[in-house]
Design a protein around this ligand. Structure first.
Ligand code: SDX
Length: 430
């Protein structure tokens, strides 16, 4: 830790706080004693300038458009690795050896089935329930089925719960999809890799053999990699806060899924595709750009902008490349939504409003076009995001639980309500 300090003059006194440097990226001012020393809180709604924790998992440089997982650039992981390798890296901090990778794949593969009684759990939902509602409910209920891995003080139970979640999320997601479309559930198949198994559980039917297209499976695997983890985003912060109270890991992940569902966060991929569909054609783009710039219009370009990236989201570039690969493999030549998306991106990136506010496409801008081409309905897009992000949530939760200085998260507030006043009996009220 450096011996740098930051000085603050407040309430007639001089106060000094330690400044800690990270390996790379911004330093932090440790204000944990601020309230005790000054009687004042910091104020940072939306946490634009607040570091909530010390983490070694993911680093983002928003100005450069850099994303590292345990130091490895996302571009290299997406190009050369596979999703379960990235899961191992996020969880354990190093790329696995050949033996470690084989063992990890074996353990995940053999946790993919869910308790048979969970089938009955699904039948409680309406068929037209949004798959994200099903995911929230079903994942939250996992602690009712796997109570033998909810003691977070036991490292073995933490590991079992982690493997169960990473392994079972694709199965639960596929079941949510099959239930939504009224088709029978498809069991996982252990001789398939993670992404192939997921595609088969979603798109196979009992009436015929299902052959996984390796190009599409590779694209699905890469989409999982791109969504695996992203520092202290809203849903990850939700998982950390839930976990800080000692809640079981299944409940914490269910909380993360609920937060991810919002259109400002993981729900943006579904919203972005719906927006592209609403725009419909290139000639209507100027109308929507004007709406996005109009302060009185709540409309925003979904898939654009980011709290951290003030440059191109590196994942969006890889996503765009994957989109072309998938459309090419499927022989989809002139996807009208892709045409609108590319023209919209071109116009927006040269428009002063977007340039000045540093609004670039984020990962959600192209993912929807790819997922639709793979055969998923828009209602499944955020579910796929949740499947991939589960490993990030788990890795961040694990890092927090294993941090000896970990305490329950309990922010304070700036109170602007009524000062103390006495109760007025009903017969005295006007
Ligand atoms: C994800 O945090 C993460 O890492 C998230 C994520 C992950 O992997 O976990 O990367 C995944 O959630 C990506 C973001 C997906 N969301 C969207 O695409 C929804 C559209 N984008 C926005 O709603 C917005 O950009 C956010 C929510 C992403 C970021 O919001 P901020 O940081 O609070 O920024 P802001 O809303 O204060 O916007 C700053 C300015 C505002 O204008 P002013 O008030 O300063 O005049 O930019 C404008 C906004 O009006 N603006 C947009 C815009 N996004 C921001 N204007 C038009 N269209 C947009 N998309």
């Amino acid at each position: 830790m450096s011996d740098k300090t930051a000085k603050l003059s407040l309430s007639g006194g001089e106060h000094e706080f330690s400044v800690h440097d990270g390996t790379i990226g911004p330093s932090v001012v440790d204000i944990s004693s601020l309230y005790k020393e000054t009687g004042a809180f910091t104020y940072d709604p939306g946490f634009t300038s607040t570091a909530s924790c010390d983490s070694k998992i993911t680093f983002i440089d928003g100005d450069e458009g850099t994303l590292l997982h345990r130091g490895y650039p996302i571009e290299q992981l997406a190009e050369q690795g596979d999703f379960l390798e990235v899961c191992y890296l996020l969880l354990y901090g190093e790329l696995p050896t050949k033996t470690q990778k084989h063992d990890f794949d074996y353990r995940v593969t053999r946790h993919t089935m869910v308790h048979e009684q969970m089938m009955r759990f699904f039948t409680g939902f309406r068929r037209d329930a949004h798959p994200m509602a099903v995911m929230c409910g079903t994942v939250g209920a996992l602690s009712a089925f796997y109570h033998d891995s909810t003691d977070i003080s036991d490292p073995h139970q933490r590991m079992v719960a982690s493997m169960r979640m990473i392994a079972k999320m694709p199965t639960i997601a596929a079941m949510a999809y099959k239930y939504h479309i009224g088709q029978p559930f498809v069991y996982p198949q252990n001789d398939l890799d993670y992404a192939s198994n997921f595609l088969r559980m979603c798109f196979a039917v009992p009436c015929e053999e299902y052959q996984v297209n390796p190009v599409l499976a590779r694209a699905m695997d890469r989409i999982f990699i791109l969504h695996a983890d992203h520092e202290q985003n809203a849903s990850t912060s939700t998982v950390r806060l839930a976990g800080s109270s000692g809640a079981n890991p299944f409940a914490c992940i269910a909380a993360g899924i609920a937060c991810l569902w919002g259109p400002a966060h993981g729900g943006a991929n579904e919203a972005a595709l719906n927006m592209l569909g609403e725009i419909g054609s290139v000639d209507r783009i100027p109308e929507y750009i004007a709406r996005a710039k109009d302060k009185n219009d709540p409309f925003r370009l979904m898939g654009f902008g980011h709290r951290v990236y003030k440059n191109y989201d590196p994942r969006a570039k890889i996503m765009q490349k994957t989109t072309h690969e998938v459309l090419g493999e499927l022989g989809i030549k002139d996807d009208p939504l892709l045409e609108v998306a590319m023209e919209l991106e071109k116009i927006a990136l040269h428009d002063d409003y977007f340039v000045e506010k540093k609004l670039y496409p984020n990962i959600d801008f192209y993912s929807g076009i790819t997922l639709r081409a793979l055969g998923f309905p828009t209602t499944m897009f955020t579910v796929l995001f949740a499947v991939a992000r589960t490993v990030g949530w788990i890795a961040q939760w694990k890092e927090m639980i294993e941090d000896p200085s970990q305490r329950i998260g309990r922010p304070r507030q700036l109170y602007t309500g009524e000062p103390k006043r006495d109760y007025v009996p009903m017969n005295k009220r006007s």
